[in-house]
Design a protein around this ligand. Structure first.
Ligand code: ZN
Length: 78
């Protein structure tokens, strides 16, 4: 049931949100997601969760990278 504006289904939008983690979404795709998030109640929560998870994983990656590089340094202990 796609109307004139082609309103996206929840399935399509969650798929696009997840795709946005791996690649840059096109303008049309981002517009679809944004428009759907305005009319849907469940998907904004889902998108928020994905954003939070991405932030957490980025922080973790940064942390593990810095821990890795400093771990190779020789300790200045006598
Ligand atoms: Zn939805």
């Amino acid at each position: 049931m796609s109307g004139k504006f082609g309103f996206s289904t929840c399935k399509e939008v969650t798929h696009l949100v997840l795709q946005g983690e791996d690649r840059q979404l096109g303008v049309t795709e981002r517009l679809k997601v944004r428009m759907h998030l305005m009319i849907c109640k469940a998907c904004p929560i889902f998108a928020e969760q994905v954003a939070l998870m991405r932030q957490a994983s980025q922080r973790w990656r940064q942390y593990s990278e810095t821990a890795d590089s400093s771990g190779t340094d020789p300790s200045p202990r006598p």
